[in-house]
Design a protein. Structure first.
Lengths: 297, 157
């Protein structure tokens, strides 16, 4: 079977070389991480004459989990995140999302950085990392930068990365206090599917007053040109007492705030409605986990 | 462009000349004539081309051969040790988890990774983890039974 792919594969000796090749060739080259998206695109008619192989670049694979701060290098495999025992116990929403990306064979190739830099509006890892206030660390010809992940996505397939710039890692601090988080992926198939809508909700309640909302983070994918947070809707929850009515109001506001598209997977109207449903469910389930069933009504 | 690479394939070190766009799947089938690994969809959806790369199940249609330099690949042909049948193969036969057989090598390689690296999963988790292997003949009941039985027998490595 002959492939239709046609490109030159550049294998750099180090990250400096990779960045300078990417900068020099600019629009004629793309970085290759796991390849599970890019090779499929190249086989389906998309063309790019040069691929710069990132495999093995040390600088892109820091990995620290289990402590106060988690650092995940952009070349870390999605399956590493999925099975990481420390992440499973400390921030289960992230490995839960990782485990729903593609198949195990794909997760053993696909990288965290590839999922984020591909910048699909439905990227599996975006909602949990956004809800954890993750920061993107980049490196490029002009030096290193840190930016909130919410500012990293600039459009469908577009990121804030400049010429020759690479995503080095994402990092986040473990949320403090009494908190819980939930990730939901809505798709017609149980596996091997792209999200119609995906949502992550993180809720922190007061240490002393079990009904008082200290902090809330809400994120969604496939609901707008980029994965997004809901700053205004989150702010409306902070410092208030949790009630089902409050959760419903916040969820409704999130559903109204998103700007999804109609496509073959779902209509825009359905996506807006599902954002509302999943945000409400997320708030209720986080609250229920933190407060106990009897308090959840 | 071509590159010379060294890959350990089924335990023996091979020196190969591969093109930039060659996939591991193409090289296995067309250079090494290891045709147990099947070409299905070419998009990482069906799992017929599953092999172990450094002990982990991957779709060989999504791996550029040039990137396997210095790594280790196991195909269905390399799974049996010293002529003895592999316990997973026995389990597939015993449970009748085969119909046309096209998906079977990929199923077994995927299951081999699962039972080596994540033994002791329940049936539901096994089914979820096997979602990347499609069977168009017969379905997944017997496949799930065979993998669960092999896992419980616990002699897959």
């Amino acid at each position: 079977v002959k492939d239709l792919m046609d490109f030159k594969l550049w294998q750099p000796s180090g990250i400096e070389e990779a960045m300078s090749w990417l900068a020099e060739m600019e629009h004629r080259a793309l970085p290759l991480a796991g390849g599970t998206d890019l090779l499929v695109k190249l086989r389906s008619g998309f063309s790019c004459p040069n691929l710069v192989d990132l495999q093995g670049l040390e600088e892109l694979q820091p990995y620290r989990t289990g402590g106060e701060e988690t650092v995940i290098g952009s070349l870390c495999l999605v399956s590493t995140v999925e099975w990481d025992a420390a992440l499973r116990s400390s921030v289960p929403c992230l490995p839960h999302a990782a485990g729903q990306l593609g198949s195990r064979q794909v997760r053993n190739l696909a990288t965290v950085g590839g999922n984020l830099c591909n910048a699909s509006p439905s990227a599996e890892l975006a909602p949990p990392l956004l809800a954890l206030d993750a920061v993107a660390e980049t490196t490029g010809p002009g030096g290193c930068r840190s930016l909130p992940l919410a500012q990293f996505f600039t459009g469908p397939g577009k990121t804030a990365l400049g010429r020759g710039e690479l995503l080095k890692s994402v990092r986040f601090r473990r949320p403090q206090g009494r908190w819980a988080a939930r990730y939901y992926k809505l798709s017609p198939r149980k596996a091997m599917d792209i999200a119609v809508v995906n949502v992550c909700v993180r809720l922190t309640l007061d240490d002393k007053d079990p009904e008082l909302i200290r902090d809330a983070a809400i994120s969604a994918g496939a609901a707008a040109p980029t994965p997004l947070r809901f700053p205004a809707e989150e702010e409306a929850l902070r410092g208030r007492r949790f009630t089902p009515e409050l959760a419903e109001r916040a969820a409704r506001a999130c559903g109204e705030a998103v700007r999804p598209i109609d496509d073959l997977r779902a209509s825009a109207a359905y996506r807006k409605e599902m954002v509302r449903v999943l945000v409400r469910r997320g708030l209720a389930e986080c609250y229920e986990q933190l407060y106990g069933r009897e308090g959840a009504q | 462009m071509t590159k010379v690479i060294q890959v350990k394939i089924n335990g023996s070190l091979q020196q190969l000349t591969v093109g930039d766009t060659d996939t591991l799947l193409t090289v296995l089938r067309e250079q090494l004539l290891l045709t147990g690994t099947k070409h299905g969809c070419g998009h990482g959806d069906c799992g017929a081309c599953t092999v172990l790369l450094d002990g982990k199940a991957v779709d060989s249609c999504l791996v550029l051969a040039a990137r396997t330099d210095g790594h280790e690949v196991t195909t269905i042909e390399g799974l049996a040790k010293e002529g003895a049948s592999h316990p997973l193969v026995d389990a597939f036969v015993r449970h009748g988890a085969v119909q046309c057989g096209y998906c079977t090598p990929g199923m077994i390689m995927s299951a081999a990774d699962l039972l080596n690296n994540h033994p002791g999963l329940d049936e539901q988790a096994i089914r979820r983890q096997m979602a990347g292997n499609l069977c168009r003949c017969t379905g997944y009941e017997k496949v799930a039974e065979a993998i669960l039985a092999a896992d419980q027998a616990g002699e897959t490595s």
